[in-house]
Ligand binder design. Sequence first.
Ligand code: DX5
Ligand code: ZN
Length: 217
Amino acid sequence: MSHKLAPSLLSADFGNLQRDIEMINNSQADWFHIDVMDGMFVPNISFGFPVIKYIQKHAKKPLDVHLMIMDPDRYLKQFKDVGADIITVHYEAVTHLHRTIQLMKSLDVQAGVVLNPHTNVMLLEDIIADLDVVLLMSVNPGYGGQSFIENTYSKISKLKDLIIQKNSKALIEIDGGVGTHNIQKLVTTGADVLVAGNAVFGADDPMEMIKLLKKTI
Ligand code: DX5
Ligand code: ZN
């Protein structure tokens, strides 16, 4: 049972952030998923360095920082400095992806690439061997609480084949619309890390929901 669950703090109660961080610390969840949005790459704006630094101060599990920002190279070192353990950048927001991945490796963070729902997994053929994580968006990025896009299953299968073919160690992470209704099928298809925002923080008892999701995977 090595599948990981990464609750997304985007759906946490920002007025009670420390309480929600402690809840994740005390739960069976594996990573903190942190969604950074710039209002350009995606239509929404979330939070930046001071908030992440605060999260790191209290978090006892790895910080998985999902950058929905244009030209993320500009800020990679700052994200490392405020505590990022894993950083994922969007394929669609980077010009020289190989350079970006090398920069992340030089900063000693785990390096990941995110694909939007319309982006073909085969575009990673020549970089997959260098990646620690590939995050497949299963909704269009920008907001929590959206409906899961069913085509994601076929993308997971293709990506899994590519990872095996290229002898890559990359984990497959799924982000958007994940919950009790699909988490089992996602891991059966090949997902390794499951992000869940609304499913966890929208539940009556988030800690129990994490327990239930973990039991399923
Ligand atoms: C969307 C974010 C997701 C989001 C997931 O742009 O990348 O991480 O918080 O939220 P749910 O699980 O509610 O779809
Ligand atoms: Zn995310």
